[in-house]
Design a protein around this ligand. Sequence first.
Ligand code: ADP
Ligand code: MG
Length: 798
Amino acid sequence: MHASFVELSKYLVLESKKGYNDKTIVGGFERLLPAWKTRAQDQGADEETIQYIVQKLDGYAKRSLDERKAIILDLTSYLQKPTAKTQQEEPGAIGHKAATCSPVVRSYQPKAVFAPITVIQGVGEKMALKLRKLNLRTLYDLLHYYPRRYNDYSRLTPIRDLQIGDECTISGAIQSIQKRKAKTSHLQMVEAIVGDGTGSIWITWFNQPWLTNRLNIGTQIVASGKVDRYMGRVCLNNPEWEPVNAEHLHTNRIVPVYPLTAGIQQKWLREKIFQAIHYWSERINDYLPESIRRDEHFPSLNEALKGIHFPQNQQALANAIERLSFDELFFMQLGVIRQKREWQALSAAVYSMDPDMLEKEIISLPYILTTAQRNALQEIQHDLASGNQMNRLLQGDVGSGKTVVARFAMEIVIRNGKQAAFLAPTAILAQQHFDTLSGMFWGDEILKKDEIALLIGDTPEKEKTEIRGNLAAGKIKLVIGTHALLEDPVEFQELQIVVIDEQHRFGVEQRSTLRMKGNNPHILIMSATPIPRSLNLTVYGDLDISTLTELPGGRIPVKTYLLFPQQKFIVYEKIKEQVEAGHQAFIVYPQIEGDEEEQNSLAVLDGYEQLVKKTFPQYRIGLLHGRMKQEEKDAIMTQFRNRALDILASTSVIEVGMDIPNATLILVEGANHFGLAQLHQLRGRVGRGDAESFCYLIPDEDSKMENERLKKMTQTNDGFELAEFDLKTRGPGDFFGTRQSGYGGLNLANISDIKLINRARIQATRLLETDPELQQEDHQALKYELENLWKARNGELS
Ligand code: ADP
Ligand code: MG
């Protein structure tokens, strides 16, 4: 079956499982259809089948339960038949309901720009295949394939005035031209002298011997390139050139330079994009409403596309970039705000707990909850009792105490007899959370032993089957696990709250798979990745946010030091001191093994050997890295937690969430190889108990001591400050999985451009206030664009 149909079939199966309530997809099947249809068409699925499906599902939301059931069953069996492609259905069965679909949506047909790229003259199937590697499939893709940079060849300079190093454009006549072989290589060279009346210049082209057929003495050309000097002569090496009387595309203007792939030439691509822009940009609708364009003083889409590819001048380029960046942020905001509105509208069961009982439990904790923890808990209680589905992000720096907050959230639901699932990114963490949480739930006699389960990949199959049975029967009230929880056979009787720890390891899809296993469960996402406040509105704009702003009291901030490689002995002394005092230490390496034979100080395997044989033969040392089997890793972690090991030599696998309060020192070898977010996470492995803790950062070379990130680490322990810093210096890539948001539209926009984000947000809010469903005729192009950019999200299941 074609992939598009496979995808749809999955939704159909889910829909039947969920009792045909049209909640399989946020916003209902009708929301999915336009984007699915385009995608299916793009991917070359059979058109008749597509049409059949679309018609069949038309107006699904308004059908009765029995009608829906019939539709889903019909479609399912239709798609399963091997002859589906040719099978015909009598029109009567579907025709009479066609009118239920909004006629406005029907009338908007933006198809033309989604035509395959082969509609462009000179792009055949063969080139289309190569272009796919650049993700260029449709005309639309090509129009929005923005240059990586520009060569400003817009200044025509008299040859007399050329300066070495200038990017220049000259115009002149060929005075002499000849072919020769290079002396030292097999290169074919063409050498010419071009004069313009003010002077003359040498031009050399490499490996284009055919040029001597095109260029003769007297031919007038325009050439652009960088002015160089060779053997005392002013020259241009391999310049772009065009005949004087042609329309200039590669010279004599601000020339766009595109990212390429094998088999695609810069000049060729530039020409194709030029063709596409000039023919198509006039023919496509500007999706941005006139009023917004006027408000923001933006050029039209047509002008902006011309401006970003072939700008007349720098100002036109700047205007185009601003407009197109705004568009990206605007559509992101529209999607996020719309999603939030939808979530806020989703009803969910109401859960609460006797406040006195809750307070008693809080008081009996071995510590006092911080104000931030109490506030977060209150917000969660409010969500759970609101009747609407909770979609909350609980963010707090490492060690801020998120787990206990989640515990109470789950307890409230569990005390009402319903089920909770806790999802962790790794087996080690799942195990750790299982230990902590089962300790709490058994200890307080909230749950019996067999009402809590751990489900990870390595759980023996027999046990898995048993757990699954008990989950489906509702005997297990709390399950803690990894991705294994997401697997198909896992079903719940009544899953009502899902907690996802360290969410940056999970994509939107996984989140929704789990969500789909319950009936509108409440969702709490926990992240130790501090998101700069400035980004709250974008990346997680669809979630409500609680922030644990403070670390539990009595905690002494971790002391951080940056040392030269030859100062390592200082750390070794400190490790001795800590271990002698009964504490434990982590030593972290950026690699598992070195590339060469010799000892590699960056590799954990080498480092471990060194530690065991030379540095600390007297101590018990463990080894941990990602290539070890799960049982081995678990065994080592358990040993370390039980203090059967003094030192753990590890890769960054310990980065996330590991809670060993007795560990007081972490040494990061080759620290310059880690990102700031990672370093901060690593440091968070210590300082979790009452004892003073230390973090040592050692780069692999003296010169790396100047590393801004390492310096910043010694200046602050505040994750939010580090995140802000990282965002400013490096962009959002490392800290924030923007791709995980499901939004495919960010190419140009700078996600830390708060001003532009705010403008986009204001306009998006205003628009959705006046037309929440985007039903107005003049919003159809916009709606279409929105669906298209949020394709991934559209498939999200509620
Ligand atoms: P994280 O937010 O990084 O997930 P944890 O929930 O693992 O943090 O908590 C870190 C440690 O702090 C745990 O050992 C936990 O028992 C302890 N803790 C949590 N809340 C408090 C508090 N209010 N006071 C003191 N210790 C606390
Ligand atoms: Mg945690």
